[in-house]
Write a protein that binds this ligand. Sequence first.
Ligand code: ADP
Length: 241
Amino acid sequence: SESVSAPSHVAIEATGLSHAFGDVVVLDDVTLSVEPGEIVALVGPNGSGKTTLLQFLSKVRAPDSGTVTIGAGDRTRVGYLPQRPEFREGFTVADTLRFYTQFVEEGVDIGTTLDRVGLSGAADRRVEALSGGMTRLLGLGRALVGDPDVVVLDEPASGLDPGMVERLFEIVAELADEGTAVVLSSHNLGPVERTADRVVILDGGRFVATGSPQELVESAGATDLQTAFGALVSTEEVEGR
Ligand code: ADP
């Protein structure tokens, strides 16, 4: 019903999210609110629950308990880049993006999206011939088709060469300047420190620290976010993948 939508100044309102796979609790009463134009970075060791939380925020799956409200309700679109983006083989990069425009509106210009993610030169390549990094960029392009108000990116920098990592975080900053709310996970703490408005450190399915990059660095008595992260997270418990 109309009366349950979140206040208009909130892009994502997630409250009391808990989830278990079998006996293993992967998220334990997590609450997060994201404003339009805000960049929130989730950082945490492998297995800390980042992907699961991002799936709940983008509403591709539902938690055992808790609620997620996106913007003004169902009409607000979420662009989602999954950790392992997949595309139907046999189609070109351009045709793939064009396919997804049908779900947003007629006449969307995919050229702008291709330019933005650096795939203009690969527009006629078939998706199965792309490198891992280019596949991720195509996934980013798919998430951005139709200019969603909220963008959720799972490890968008993974597999990108250093120049493209910088470009990726530039794109994220541009989106935020345009008013888009961005939530991403990343192990690239240098760019995260320079770009994120807020960093949430996830460990064992709980938020162990949250604040601006500077706040986290200062509270850990560290010189940079990487060092602060090491001080705040028990990395010997990192679960391998
Ligand atoms: P991260 O993204 O931080 O690496 P994930 O959200 O992928 O963390 O995983 C959190 C925990 O949930 C891990 O212990 C992982 O093994 C477990 N997990 C994730 N997906 C499933 C699943 N479909 N079934 C069982 N366990 C899962």
